[in-house]
Design a binder for this molecule. Structure first.
Ligand code: GLN
Length: 238
């Protein structure tokens, strides 16, 4: 006798805990109603619907999310997390879903910094545990700046405005979005080509989550929804 497949009831849906960044627009941020929105959040929402699972979003900050997953306290990171060989030692990643890179921003009223060479004796900031942090650490000797690291972008942008740091580094779509939102920032250098974002689980755990993510992503790409979500948050090229 073949059992008729039953629709999965809401109660029976498995819930996974997903760690994310606090402010990483256009990928994750709160809208005016306090709802968590952005490209990553909409992709996850659709992928959870396609797979009949629940994702409980924990906006704890990028580094905190990475550490919570490494410690087995959360199931996955969805936070514009770049897939890198270093991270692949402790994480398994989904298929890449967005090609990124990092870029420098300075205050809008700064007229003295035109290139990395002008950073000598200046203070340069990035978020703890990010690709940007790694980049500024690697280039510190070459350009002779000091480094300050912050846990969240909010704090980093406000210390830049206050003049406590001279330049910040963050992912270029995020910095570009901030400029478009008329934050008092400007770009004076090109972005550094970087890796792609992936949804990450602790190495050796939750292969089913990666399968669901990849399958969902494939469907969203095929249906055009993936592109619609991107276009909604990032201006489509004319
Ligand atoms: N893509 C960058 C990284 O993986 C930054 C991610 C973030 O700040 N949310 O390090």
């Amino acid at each position: 006798i073949l059992a008729t497949p039953q629709p999965v009831s809401a109660e029976k849906k498995q819930t996974y805990i997903i760690g994310t960044d606090i402010t990483f627009a256009p990928f994750e941020f709160s809208d005016s109603q306090g709802k968590y929105v952005g490209i990553d959040m909409e992709l996850l929402e659709r992928i959870s619907e396609i797979n009949h699972v629940n994702f409980e979003i924990k906006p704890v900050g990028f580094n905190a999310a990475v550490q919570a997953v490494e410690a087995g306290q959360m199931d996955a990171v969805m936070a514009g997390m770049t897939i890198t060989p270093e991270r692949e030692k402790s994480f398994d990643f989904s298929d890449p879903y967005f090609q990124s890179g990092i870029q420098m921003a300075i205050a809008k009223d700064n007229h003295t910094i035109h290139s990395y060479k002008d950073l000598k004796n200046k203070v340069v900031a990035a978020k703890t545990g990010t690709e940007s942090a790694e980049f500024i650490e690697k280039n510190k000797q070459t350009y002779g700046y000091k480094i300050k690291l912050y846990d969240t972008a909010d704090v980093m942008y406000s210390v830049l405005n206050a003049g406590n740091v001279d330049a910040i580094f963050d992912d270029y779509p995020v910095i570009g979005y901030a400029v478009k939102q008329n934050k008092p920032l400007q770009l004076v250098t090109d972005y550094e080509k970087g890796g792609s974002y992936g949804f990450g689980v602790k190495k050796g755990t939750h292969p089913e989550l990666l399968t669901m993510f990849n399958q969902g992503l494939k469907e969203l790409k095929a249906s055009g929804e993936y592109q619609e979500i991107l276009d909604k948050y990032i201006e489509a090229p004319a």
